[in-house]
Write a protein that binds this ligand. Structure first.
Ligand code: MG
Length: 191
């Protein structure tokens, strides 16, 4: 009997819809791909006097990403990659920038939420990789600290957290130092 036929059999034979959905849910987990990837992107403008927090690490700087939360653009891109790997909605869905409860929130908590959400669907995060595009501030000296901070929040080893930095070669607004952008990917595997 095919999987579809199997679930149809239970649907037709069981008057208990909760039983059907329980079985259907577990069959869906069984059938889902063993590994999945996701991609995330975020960009924030830089503002004078804002704290510059990237990957949960505060970097000495006269400017920092502006935003409703702590504006940790690195965490945001990684969270979207993790959620996307599981086919879930973006972080704006879970943490609207109109929600007062999200005001100045620590974005490491957003990462913990993303990992928990994929965990509910039977997946565990394996590794992430990210590219930070910024003309300023210079972050190379802080990358090891970011890896450790992100790894702790994500529940994976620091060597499973890739953080790379590049500039926009003076091109466009990013190149003029007006903002910071991040691209990220995440790999999740069935538990
Ligand atoms: Mg953001």
């Amino acid at each position: 009997m095919s999987i579809r036929g199997f679930t149809s059999f239970f649907y037709l034979s069981s008057p208990n819809s909760r039983t059907f959905f329980f079985i259907h849910f577990h069959i869906r987990i069984y059938m889902s791909p063993p590994i999945r990837i996701g991609v995330g992107y975020d960009i924030h403008p830089l503002k004078q006097g804002r704290r510059c927090i990237l990957g949960g690490v505060e970097i000495p700087s006269e400017v920092g990403p502006d935003g409703h939360s702590d504006a940790d653009v690195l965490c945001h891109a990684i969270a979207d990659a993790i959620l996307g790997a599981a086919g879930l909605r973006d972080i704006g869905f879970y943490f609207p920038n109109t929600d007062p409860a999200c005001k100045d929130m620590c974005s490491l908590d957003i990462l913990r939420c993303a990992v928990a959400e994929v965990g509910k669907r039977g997946y565990a995060l394996q590794n992430i990789d990210a590219v930070v595009i910024a003309e300023r501030p210079k972050i190379a000296a802080h990358i090891a600290a970011m890896q450790a901070s992100l790894a702790a929040a994500l529940g994976i080893a620091p060597d499973c957290v890739g953080v790379k930095a590049t500039t926009n070669e003076k091109l466009d607004d990013l190149g003029a130092g007006l903002g910071i952008a991040v691209h990220a990917v995440a790999l999740i595997a069935k538990i």
